[in-house]
Design a protein around this ligand. Structure first.
Ligand code: XBP
Ligand code: MG
Length: 264
């Protein structure tokens, strides 16, 4: 089966959104509500093990004050904080505070030109996805994606495979015809759990995580003056990750009945 769709994670994969985007937005929301809560860069890195902003806040609150976090008003406060946090995050992105990772715009453009379908599978809130795509690629960009799976659309967030199952169903496609792009171990577990081959481009918070299940593990997508490096399905690789390279890897897979054979 040939490659027909690319499915992208958002946070950490399309852009480094966490440290200077989401984290800052959480802290601003905490301050707005008069709370003395604050997440440092290093603590936030640990908290990323909990995917989903509401889930992350509740997890942290339970560690700090289990009784208050179990109180009747806790879910409503978490929801209100999260709404405020989303407003701060989308404002940061709209102001141009976050750029795409190198090579992302190139690969998306090549996929569009070749008629390879695009989709999103992310844990983050839908408004954040729209803000990032429009803020970096232009007002039309959300429409380039045949399907945007985001936030609470499935109750079980990554590492559960549910968001990828949802996206594949919406696309009406077999996992074998798609590739996932992820930056984290939780994301890889989710994509792999849905039977997807996954290209990992680890980032500032995810470098060093366990990625042995990845189809390819690179330090980025690469640019002309800074090629990417890592492991491809054909062995050690360095260069610019473009659509032709992915198609070559995919054909090698088909020829050797490799990673996707279990789905045939
Ligand atoms: C991203 C997340 C999200 C963001 C915050 O993980 O876990 O929770 O950190 O977004 P992934 P929200 O890249 O694996 O999708 O506050 O909107 O949840
Ligand atoms: Mg991610």
């Amino acid at each position: 089966m040939t490659l027909e769709a690319l499915i992208f994670d958002v946070d950490g994969t399309l852009a480094e959104t966490e440290r200077d985007g989401h984290r800052v937005a959480f802290n601003r929301a905490f301050a707005d509500f008069g709370l003395d809560w604050y997440w440092s860069e290093s603590e936030y890195g640990e908290l990323l093990a909990v995917t989903g902003g509401k889930e992350r806040m509740l997890h942290w609150w339970r560690g700090r004050d289990p009784q208050a976090a179990a109180g009747a008003g806790a879910p409503a406060l978490v929801r209100a904080l999260h709404e405020r946090k989303t407003a701060h995050y989308t404002a940061i992105v709209a102001e141009g505070g976050i750029g795409l990772r190198p090579g992302v715009a190139r690969l998306i453009g090549q996929a569009r030109a070749a008629g390879v379908r695009l989709a999103i599978a992310t844990t983050t809130t839908p408004a954040n996805v729209t803000a990032l795509l429009t803020g970096t690629l232009g007002a039309d960009a959300p429409g380039w994606f045949d399907c945007i799976g985001a936030g609470d659309i499935v109750p079980a967030k990554k590492p559960a495979p549910d968001i990828y199952h949802w996206v594949l169903r919406e696309l009406g496609m077999d996992a074998c015809a798609c590739l996932a792009f992820e930056d984290s171990a939780a994301g890889l577990t989710a994509a792999d759990g849905a039977g997807l081959r996954t290209v990992i481009t680890a980032g500032e918070y995810t470098r060093g995580q366990e990625f042995s299940a990845a189809w390819a593990e690179l330090d980025g997508l690469g640019e002309a003056d800074a090629p990417a490096r890592g492991r491809s399905p054909l062995g050690d690789w360095h260069g610019l990750l473009d659509l032709d390279t992915l198609l070559t890897w995919d054909r090698a897979d088909a020829a050797t009945a490799g990673a996707c054979a279990r789905f045939r």
